[in-house]
Design a protein around this ligand. Sequence first.
Ligand code: PLP
Length: 836
Amino acid sequence: MQEPTPKGHDLIVDDDRTSITVPALKQAILDNLFYVVGKRAEVATDMDHFMALAYTVRDRILARWLTTKGDYVKHHMRTVHYLSAEFLMGPHLANNILNLGLQEAVRQATSELDLDLDLLIKQESEPGLGNGGLGRLAACYLDSLATLGVPAMGYGIRYEYGMFHQTIRDGWQVELTDYWLRYGNPWEIRRPQADVEVAFGGHTQSWRDPFGEYKVQWIPGEVVKGIPYDTPILGYRSGVANTLRLWRSEATESFYFERFNSGDYEGAVGAKVFAENISKVLYPNDEEIRGKELRLQQQYFFTSCSLQDMIRRHQNAGHAIENFHELCVVQLNDTHPSIGVAELMRLLIDIHGLGWDKAWEITSHTFNYTNHTLLPEALERWPLPMFGSLLPRHLEIIYEINARFLSALRERFPNDEDRVARMSLIDEHGERYVRMAHLACVGSEHINGVARLHTELLKSDVLHDFYELWPEKFINVTNGVTPRRWLAVSNPEQTELMISKIGQDWIGDLDRVSQLERYAEDSAFRADWRNVQYAVKVRLTQYIANTTGIAVDPKSMFDAQVKRIHEYKRQHLNLLYILTQYQRLKKTPGLEIPARTFLFGGKAAPGYFIAKLIIKLITSVAEVINNDPEVNQQLKVVFLPDYNVTFGQLVYPAADLSEQISTAGKEASGTGNMKFAMNGALTIGTLDGANIEIREAVGHENFFLFGLTAAEVAAKKAAGYHPHQIYESNGELREVIDSIVSGQFSRGDRNLFRPLVDGLLNTDPYLLFADYQSYVDCQDQVGKAYSDQEGWSKMSIYNAARMGRFSSDRSIQEYCRNIWNITRFGVDAPQAPAGK
Ligand SMILES: *Cc1c(COP(=O)(O)O)cnc(C)c1O
């Protein structure tokens, strides 16, 4: 169906209904409770009250939302379309209240109704539609796009089941399904009139039309329907609300009924199951993708829906298809939507009747590709037979793109067939694959990495051939995070203290946080800073007691490593230090070290055995240490289950020390590192990802650096790395490893942790042993530094005050300037960025 074209008349807003005075808010909450939720106050649960409040807030977003949409159309604004298989948004309520500027009014209104606002906020189950960093980045970028008034839309999948919930049983991770829609989602609006159809399978037919033009028709085997669900994304006090449009797959009536009426009941049901499966569940794998057909279906489904939607809206606004790339720009968040390159070609040629050359001109000026990983196993490729049977027309188009690309390549680099084979869109070594990163590179105007080192490694290594061919395509945009969610919402105590000294403009313009620097030398302010930090740690302490039963001391140093569990992130290196300290304390009772609480959190991909074994080792070490009265005054180890955005909001502000200890050259950027430092944590880290830039920004003297550089890691591997020799020659390391193997942490079972330990002794691909001594020495320095509380507070304030660059607002301004060529911003947005 067609979405109606905008009529252009001004929206009439009923002032009484969406007024933001306290009495109006109270009345609205009660009205929504009665008329929308269908409950009387006497019997309403906390969840009912949350819903009533959420609708009350949504009502106050709607006028901004519809006005924003209308403005973009009316002013023919070039619009960014951020395509991402994941959006890890986190709960919306508190963020929307902040961005609307309603914090005080809502608190007053709820309190006058005898409601506990914080309790209501906790009722919201977060849409866990992402695995980790990549999905969370998309969410931070949506926040910044709306805040800066950039015409933009997010496109993704409305998974029915999000990221699994993690519980710990007997020390092991156990996964529970995440049916996040159980109580309904008050933020989304289903828009069935804007549905689109997406085809799969079947075959193609070609012919010459009367003018001799080559034509192709795709006769699909299945057709499904994509239904958009829209969520408003408010800017921080910008008056702008952009849209996050997530697609749900459903059966098309025609396909369903045709089979049903012809007596093919099973076929009809099968078609329905096929259709509904596509948006059913998020794949819980961070970094690694294997050739799962359903995953390819998901990627094609949401990409096709989004491109069709873009074309329809472009044409409905009265624009010619030939100008598509002038008004529409697409950012590919990793290769997951990169099938879009072939899909846009198909739509332009087969559906809209353009010739190849014009279609390619439009396509190659529409897309831009963000690479997110340096791990070779995470580069997506699809087995050719599977790809061809699911998307036969796209495979033809990819062959044609490839033929033209390779012939241009041969012209540029004659007699270099090795290069041609390396760069081809088809991997022909053994079993044949479609290389999605190559498709993205060939079809995009710009290619970007997500931190300076990462972009350099793309150029010199992962995408070196493409860099030699098209150096001008490559650009760096270092990631950022939104200070709205990650400071103002999650750390109200620190936010309040900062506002009392430097006002609140920094929330919308984080460069201004540098005004805090001069307070680092003010001892009264440092005392306030410590009091705030202590209060935040008390909050987390209570949460730890409630969820794990473990009592920790908020006066101890909170040393946190929360992120996906992965060998390259090296949670087990952290453990090696903990065990080193444990051995030292056992040998020398009463050893003077500052008390530390080691906090871990993070999910392992369900099929990633070693990652799950690392969780088991953390929980096993925790059990022994926490119950050993000889050491448990000085050491505590806690594994907090079910790490997600909601929990992140609790833990990032409470950390004293942030563990960013990946093997150099493996972490593309990291964003957790930024959230911690913004909240005043000091970092112990390697020269990896954005750590390098964070260290430069906060000052080398305010950052604990250890370990090999990326170049040293590469050299060591090339020269032949022998972890066993390090084990032999390092007494403390040997004792730690031996203690694990002895069964000390596995109730005598000497085999339980063998796969982990043997991996380290034999190959140690992430060089834990090579970095061990450097890490231990550095951690000892951290301990000394923490004993000097005045010195530590100074460093903490300098960290918080120098993180302005790492606001996602800065990242988005760079995308606008260097990649999207977007210079016009929201009509009313007060914060249109000035070119620097
Ligand atoms: C920020 C964030 C991440 C990314 O953390 P890294 O330390 O950069 O890997 C992952 N998950 C959640 C829930 C986050 O908020």
